[in-house]
Design a protein around this ligand. Structure first.
Ligand SMILES: O=P(O)(O)OC[C@H]1O[C@H](O)[C@H](O)[C@@H](O)[C@@H]1O
Length: 479
């Protein structure tokens, strides 16, 4: 293809630094590659490194799940709290929810926000003696995660009364082992991954530890196997039969040729309730760029705004706009032929709703149809004239329905990998670097300087509006 997709795929697999602004290869595929596969980075086969960490994780996860790992007072662990944000939260949280039918033994919680209410409300119902914290951070410098980790550490220490208790209650996942150890975590309990794994592509690495703890290693391996199947399909299928390529091109068609500003992901699958949130980071952080790989300003649209929520809930909230609003919103529907719930009749209702929506979007309802319906209802012609136009559905609104037999761990792995590769395909066609995220940096820097001012530090030059906000806050914050 003209955009050089095959060439970029080869570059990815050859571990070339396709994340050029950070000079890093992009190798999330290595995390689920066959154990005998070879992907060489700096003279090392990274697949071997991946397997070594997986073995270490297996040992740890099994000990916790089989109650051989004890809290400081000798009690087994009951609750896991994942402290992480962005890629260190969204993927694991989405998968844990999706694999709830396979989840046993431990309760897994996620705390991400630097709003103290998040951790406060989570800890309320937990017992420090039986709670294990996973500090998940690629960089181990992320403000939100570090703030939550400090609170959690104090919470455990306050109850335990001795520093060594930390070793029983904290593990870390990071590429920055040094920082994790400095935080006080036993080096044996730091699980490594590497800077060739992007945060939003990292659920397959040790960042997936909360998934492993929730469902066990066998189920996690199934998830990896599903992703590997999709990788094989993506790298070997012809373009016209290649699911991620087709999805990517459909997206480009609506985004660039029909000028759709957003794109909705609507899973008719309660287990995928966090899938839209996960895809927001995957697509918008990967492809929300406005310069080409070479650094020139792009002259076309890149990533759309991704949004959505589960059906049928969304039907009663925003579908009005999908059907009759002025914006064209292409949709992905996701639906399982078989549910995990025992309520078969309800599943029929759910699926009927899903199919009905795509049909309604496509076919719409003409004014003529509306008028004849109103006539049959016995309405007077004056009333029909008044009402008809409001009941018209334009139709011809695009959607893609992805239907699968049942959301097994393997299928979930394939589904996620399919969307990962879709983002890659779109990034290649748009000629942008899908693997950096410089756009999140400015806010982080400004936060630091404002925070210093809150602490009485030097005042910086801000715009008038920011100055007024700072003054208001300092006057009204809790003393
Ligand atoms: O895993 P961490 O290093 O803590 O990073 C967490 C997240 O924060 C950053 O600001 C990035 O925008 C994300 O890509 C990343 O996933």
């Amino acid at each position: 293809m003209e955009a050089g997709l095959r060439k970029m795929m080869e570059k990815m697999m050859n571990a070339e630094p396709i994340n050029t602004t950070e000079d890093r290869p992009v190798l999330h595929v290595a995390l689920r590659a066959h154990e005998r596969a070879k992907i060489i980075v700096k003279n090392k086969n990274v697949v071997t490194l991946v397997r070594e960490v997986l073995e270490k994780l297996k040992f740890f996860v099994t000990r916790v799940r089989e109650a051989e790992w004890h809290g400081y007072s000798g009690k087994p662990i009951r609750d896991i709290v994942n402290l992480g944000i962005g890629g260190s939260d969204l993927g694991p949280k989405m998968v844990c929810e999706a694999l709830k039918p396979f989840s046993r033994i431990l309760n897994v919680h996620f705390v991400s926000n630097v709003d103290g209410s998040d951790i406060y409300e989570t800890l309320k119902s937990l017992n420090p003696e039986t709670t294990l914290f996973v500090v998940a951070s690629k960089t181990f410098t992320t403000q939100e995660t570090m703030a939550n980790a400090r609170v959690a550490k104090e919470w455990v220490l306050n109850r335990a009364g001795f520093d060594e208790a930390i070793a029983n209650h904290f593990v870390a996942v990071s590429t920055n082992v040094e920082a994790a150890v400095k935080f006080g975590i036993n080096p044996e309990n730091v699980f490594e991954f590497w800077n060739w794994v992007g945060g939003r592509y990292s659920l397959w690495s040790a960042i997936g530890i909360s998934i492993m703890l929730a469902v066990g290693m066998d189920v996690f391996e199934e998830l990896l196997a599903g992703a590997k199947e999709m990788d094989e399909h993506f790298f070997s299928s012809p373009i016209e039969k290649n699911a991620p390529v087709i999805l990517g091109l459909i997206g480009i068609w609506y985004n660039n040729f029909w000028k759709a500003q957003s794109y909705a992901v609507l899973p008719y699958d309660e287990h995928l309730r966090y899938f839209p949130n996960f895809l927001q980071q995957l697509d918008m952080e990967s492809n929300g760029k406005s310069v080409t790989r070479k650094g020139d300003k792009v002259e076309y649209e890149t990533a759309p705004i991704v949004w959505g929520q589960v059906g049928t809930n969304g039907q009663h909230a925003f579908y009005q706009l999908l059907h009759q609003g002025t914006k064209m919103v292409p949709v992905d529907f996701l639906v399982a032929a078989e549910s995990f719930s025992p309520y078969k009749d309800m599943h029929d209702i759910l699926v009927a709703n899903c199919f009905a929506q795509s049909e309604a979007l496509m076919r719409g309802k003409s004014k003529k149809q509306v008028e004849s319906e109103l006539e049959q209802m016995g309405l007077k012609s004056k009333k029909i004239k008044k009402l008809a136009q409001h009941k018209v559905f334009e139709g011809n609104k695009p959607s893609t329905t992805i239907i699968y037999p049942k959301l097994t761990p393997r299928r979930l792995g394939s589904l996620i990998a399919m969307y990962e590769h879709k983002a890659f395909v779109q990034g290649v066609v748009w000629d942008i670097n899908s693997f950096d995220q410089w756009g999140v940096e400015l806010g982080k820097v400004l936060t630091q300087s404002i925070l210093n001012e809150f602490k009485g530090g030097k005042t910086h030059q801000h715009d008038a509006s920011t100055m007024a906000l700072i003054r208001y806050y300092l006057k009204h914050r809790a003393k």
